[in-house]
Design a protein around this ligand. Structure first.
Ligand code: DAH
Length: 352
C-alpha cells in the first residue's frame, strides 16, 4: 500500500509545475477522476483491516480535499494570468493624439455665392432656385426672345433629346423643347408665375453654353440672377442697389458705371462695369487696358416679360440683373483661368 504522504509530496511537486489550464485539467484527471489515483486508493481501502482503513481513509480524504482546494486556487490564478495577458496584448494608449482626418472644404465658387447671398439678404432679397433643364419657353419665349429673333444667337444652346428623337425635330409644341438653361433669367419667369409683386429675389445657379473653352469660357458656369418688382421702381433704385452690392463685395472705394447695352428682356438695358482694382482705372492687362471690368448684364424689366406672366406693367415695374459668379470669384481671388474651377485640381482647390 502506497503511503498517502508520498502521494501528497508527488502531487505537490507536480502541481507546482502546472502552468496552463490544460495541464491543470490533466492533473485533476490524474488524481481525482473516476480512474484517478485517489479514487483508486479509496476503493482499495476495503482490503485493509479496520484500523488501517480508518487511518488511511482519513488521510486519503484529507488529501482529496487538499488537492481540490489547490486545484481551485491554481485555476483561479491561471485564469487571472490569462486575462491579464490578453489585456496586455490588446492594450491601446488612449492618450496618443488621434490621426487628423482630412476635411474637405467649400469650393471658392460656393464661398463667393454665399457671400453674395448674405449681401442681398441684408437688402431684403430672398434666395430662390430654378431647374437646370429648362424648356424653350422659360429660357427664351417668355423672356421676349421669339424663335426667329437674332438674340437667340447670343446663347449657344445645348438641346436635349427626348425618346431618342432629336428634340428639335420632334412634334412637341415648339416652346416645349428641352434644353440646358443658358442663363438664370428663366427663374425670373418661374417665380413671377407663382408670386405676386412686390418681388425681391436673387437666383444663383449653374448654366450651360455650347462653346469652345478657353481661359474665360467654360461649357458650364454660374450666374446670380436678380429681380426687383414694385410700384415706382426707377433706374435710380436699380443703380443704388447695384452700387451697394459692389461696395459690400469689393470694398467701400469701389466705383461702378452703367453702359448702354441690349437684352430682349430689359428696356433700357445696361452692362455694369466695375472700376479695375488692379490698376485703379488706368488700364492694365487684367482689364484689357480699359480701366473697367464687365460684371453683369442688367436693365429695367421689359413690359413684354411682365405680360408673359400676367403682371400689369402699368402698375408694376422693376429691374433685373445677371451677375457672373465665376467672374466675381476670379476678381476677388485674382484667378486668371475659369477652367481651374472645374478641373478638380487639388493644388488649386487647397488654396481656399
Ligand atoms: N441673362 C443674361 C445673360 O446670360 C444676363 C442678364 C442680362 C440678366 C440682363 C438679366 C438682365 O436679368 O436684366 O447674358
Amino acid at each position: 500500500m502506497v503511503e498517502i504522504k508520498d502521494v501528497k509530496k508527488i502531487a505537490e511537486e507536480e502541481i507546482r509545475l502546472v502552468n496552463t489550464i490544460e495541464k491543470l485539467e490533466n492533473f485533476e484527471n490524474k488524481y481525482l477522476s473516476k480512474k484517478g489515483i485517489l479514487t483508486r486508493i479509496l476503493r482499495s481501502l476495503k482490503k485493509l483491516n479496520p484500523e488501517e482503513r480508518k487511518k488511511v481513509g482519513k488521510e486519503a480524504n484529507e488529501l482529496k480535499e487538499f488537492l481540490k482546494k489547490e486545484i481551485d486556487f491554481r485555476r483561479k490564478q491561471l485564469k487571472e494570468r490569462d486575462v491579464e495577458e490578453k489585456e496586455k496584448k490588446e492594450w491601446i494608449d488612449i492618450t496618443i493624439p488621434a490621426k487628423k482626418i482630412e476635411r474637405g472644404h467649400i469650393h471658392p465658387i460656393t464661398l463667393i455665392r454665399t457671400q453674395i447671398e448674405d449681401i442681398f439678404q441684408k437688402m431684403g432679397f430672398s434666395i430662390v432656385e430654378g431647374p437646370e433643364i429648362e424648356n424653350e419657353w422659360y429660357n427664351f419665349d417668355a423672356l421676349n426672345i421669339p424663335k426667329e429673333h437674332p438674340a437667340r444667337d447670343m446663347w449657344d444652346t445645348f438641346w436635349l433629346r427626348q425618346n431618342g428623337l432629336k428634340m428639335q425635330n420632334s412634334k412637341l409644341k415648339m416652346n416645349q423643347r428641352l434644353l440646358l438653361r443658358t442663363h438664370t433669367s428663366p427663374v425670373q419667369i418661374r417665380y413671377m408665375e407663382k408670386h405676386k409683386p412686390p418681388i425681391r429675389i436673387i437666383a444663383p445657379g449653374r448654366i450651360f453654353r455650347y462653346e469652345a473653352t478657353d481661359a474665360s469660357h467654360e461649357i458650364n458656369f454660374y450666374q446670380v440672377e436678380g429681380l426687383m418688382i414694385d410700384r415706382n421702381i426707377s433706374i435710380a433704385n436699380f443703380k443704388f442697389i447695384m452700387e451697394e452690392f459692389f461696395k459690400e463685395f469689393f470694398g467701400k472705394e469701389t466705383k461702378i458705371r452703367l453702359r448702354p447695352s441690349f437684352f430682349p428682356f430689359t428696356e433700357p438695358s445696361f452692362e455694369i462695369d466695375v472700376k479695375c482694382s488692379i490698376c485703379n482705372g488706368k488700364g492694365c492687362s487684367v482689364c484689357s487696358y480699359r480701366g473697367w471690368i464687365e460684371m453683369a448684364g442688367a436693365g429695367m424689366v421689359h413690359p413684354n416679360v411682365l405680360k408673359a406672366v400676367k403682371i400689369n406693367s402699368e402698375e408694376w415695374q422693376g429691374f433685373a440683373f445677371g451677375l457672373g459668379l465665376d467672374r466675381l470669384t476670379m476678381m476677388k481671388y485674382k484667378i486668371n483661368d475659369i477652367r481651374l474651377f472645374y478641373s478638380g485640381d487639388l493644388r488649386f482647390l487647397k488654396q481656399f
